[in-house]
Design a protein around this ligand. Structure first.
Ligand SMILES: NC(=O)NCCC[C@H](N)C(=O)O
Length: 290
């Protein structure tokens, strides 16, 4: 069995699931997928390859989902179709209909890795991984919005209850509408156990209060960079506490993380992340953090 277990957002990343964009994004129609004008599949592939090198150089092992011509362009955002706990993986159910086949790809990958399946979200429930944030190893915050609904949150809570994990739902705003992607992870990225980068204006107030109560220090990302990046300045990946991978070009956000003690590596991602509404966190499904 492959080692697994991940009830933290920032412990050293040992293994992730990723998917190559080269074939699955090749024919993607931006209007169908809600991708922006910077979308360019060849450039996206090159940028993904630079990002994958950064992940590999951090010491994390990458398990690749099988490549193919299935046209599931968003399946490169492997953070979303499943969640991994210390007792196994949970197959989620996507709120974006174009993504509904993706949890089965993850199922196949976990079978190959011999990672047990702890449970799955069933219709009419929906939960996307980008809406799930481990506040600590016994508390999972979940954003209730366009992608994740109340039924899904209740199913997730029932699956996690035997592990002693409390699931807390927080309402997200509609922001840019139901076709756009706004996950809870679009407005917070943990940087270390007690440190997180946030876009303060969109944080659910009760979630903000919970973070404060738990002693988590919040680093506010510059608001103009959030607007300029479509929120992707904030979607950063800790490969270890204080070791961060971020999208290039957002110097204020980088400086804010550095001032909080982080070491930040960047990669160009206009055609990949900014165009397709998913950043470094979204491109990885952590399977093992320890
Ligand atoms: N966790 C994330 O924020 N994932 C980003 C997913 C982007 C993808 N284009 C989507 O709309 O689902």
């Amino acid at each position: 069995m492959t080692a697994f277990g991940s009830q933290s957002m920032a412990l050293p990343l040992k293994r992730v699931i990723m998917r190559l964009p080269d074939r699955v994004m090749a024919g993607a129609e931006p209007d169908i997928w809600h991708y922006g004008p910077q979308f360019n599949p060849q450039k996206a592939s090159q940028q993904h390859s630079v990002f994958a090198d950064l992940v590999a150089r951090s010491g994390a092992e990458i398990t690749w989902i099988r490549d193919g011509n299935d046209g599931l362009a968003d399946s490169i955002f492997t953070h979303d179709p499943s969640l991994v706990t210390n007792k196994g993986a949970i197959l989620l159910r996507m709120g974006k209909r174009l993504r509904e086949e993706e949890p089965e790809l993850h199922h196949e990958t976990y079978r190959q890795m011999d990672v047990p399946i702890l449970g799955r979200i069933e219709a009419p429930g929906t939960v996307e991984g980008g809406d799930c944030v481990w506040v600590d190893d016994k508390t999972l915050a979940v954003g209730r919005g366009v992608r994740t609904n109340q039924t899904g949150i209740e199913q997730l809570a029932a699956i996690l209850e035997p592990l002693g994990v409390t699931v807390l739902g927080f309402d997200l705003p509609l922001w840019h509408g139901e076709d756009a992607c706004l996950h809870l992870m679009s407005i917070i990225s943990p940087l270390a156990e007690k440190l997180a980068l946030v876009h303060m204006p969109l944080l659910p107030a009760a979630f903000y209060q919970l973070l404060k109560e738990r002693g988590i220090r919040l680093v506010a990302a510059p608001e103009d960079e959030f607007a300029a990046s479509n929120g992707l300045n904030l979607n950063v990946l800790p490969t270890s506490p204080y070791e961060i991978i971020a999208v290039a070009g957002f110097e204020g956000t980088k400086a804010a993380m550095e001032a909080a003690g982080c070491k930040v590596s960047t990669f160009e991602a206009d055609a990949l992340c900014i165009a397709c509404e998913g950043g470094p966190t979204c491109l990885t499904r952590p399977v093992w953090r320890q």
